[in-house]
Ligand binder design. Structure first.
Ligand code: DGL
Length: 301
């Protein structure tokens, strides 16, 4: 029989565990950054599957397999909640991962991004830019239209932004040139013809907020740029509070990780992952916090 004391001690040990996040690379760190700001007492375990990125050009089946393998690795290490900090993986695999991880909450980034877009738009005309996989699956259209059936949506795949972000090429003529190449057809060209343009642009790939300045420069004033990061962090904070799993919401014991600490797993080129991670997160990453791991499908089925 499970006693009240048993439940409370299980909650205490769960509460100590980090929140797990994964992405194909360093893009998910834009979500991690927001989570560190909004959940300063929590610890995090971040997995960047750099060996197999990009996810955005792969088939749904492949992304589902990768997502299951990444989730299995994080669960095996011990986490209290999982965030799929990748729109492509969320769009392709959220329900599959939720089914495979029945003991923890699994949160994706599409719903929070769609919510941010619906809150920001005044005209109901929303542009969504993402990887080819996310655009193909129409997950954002569904999520936006569910909240706002009258919304008009322009969706566009901008896959090269991912490599630009991974290479740290986030500002300057190259980034702005690419942004113009992709986005002029939705913003500059119709504007020049006196046509309406979207008033809200969803950066529906966790890599894209790194190019925010270049993108903002190209789309011009009057367009609000939104992404999933802060809404996802808010959703996680609420979930942890509801489930009494937020650190500081009960008698914490042990503290194997310092509050606010982040540990990293990566599947390739740890030094590069660290360099880019420092740039994205804005904090130094100590080599001892980064571990090279292999993901295999053995654990995921
Ligand atoms: N950062 C990911 C996303 O949010 C995917 C980037 C990629 O690997 O293609 O979609």
């Amino acid at each position: 029989m499970i006693t009240t004391q048993g439940i409370s001690s299980r909650l205490s040990s769960l509460r100590e565990l980090p929140i797990g996040l994964f992405d194909s690379g360093v893009g998910g760190m834009t979500v991690l950054r927001a989570m560190r700001e909004q959940l300063p007492n929590e610890s995090f375990l971040y997995l960047g599957d750099t060996a197999r990125m990009p996810y955005g050009t792969k088939s749904v089946e492949t992304v589902q397999r990768y997502a299951l393998e990444a989730a299995a690795k994080l669960v095996e290490r011990g986490i209290k909640l999982l965030v799929i900090a990748c729109n492509t993986a969320t769009a392709a695999a959220l329900s599959v991962v939720q089914e495979a991880c029945p003991d923890i909450d699994v949160v994706g980034v599409v719903e929070p991004g769609a919510e941010a877009a619906c809150r920001a738009t005044k005209t109901g005309y929303i542009a969504v830019i993402a990887t080819s996989g996310t655009i193909r699956g129409k997950a954002y259209e569904r999520a936006i239209l569910q909240r706002m059936p009258e919304a008009r949506i322009s969706a566009l795949a901008c896959p090269l932004f991912v490599s630009m972000a991974e290479d740290g090429l986030t500002e300057g003529p190259l980034a702005e040139g690419l942004a113009a190449r992709y986005l002029n057809r939705i913003f500059r060209d119709p504007r020049e013809q006196g046509l309406e343009v979207p008033d809200t642009l969803v950066l529906a790939c966790t890599h894209f907020p790194l190019l925010r300045n270049a993108i903002a420069h190209v789309v011009g004033e009057g367009v609000t740029l939104v992404d999933s990061a802060s809404n996802t962090a808010r959703k996680v904070r609420k979930l942890l509070q509801e489930k009494h799993l937020a650190r500081g919401s009960g008698p914490d014991v042990g503290m194997p990780l310092c509050p606010g600490s982040v540990r990293f797993l990566t599947t390739d080129d740890a030094p590069r992952f660290m360099r880019m991670g420092e740039l994205f997160l804005g904090i130094p990453i100590a080599p001892c916090t980064v571990e090279l791991v292999e993901l295999s499908c053995r654990d995921s089925n």
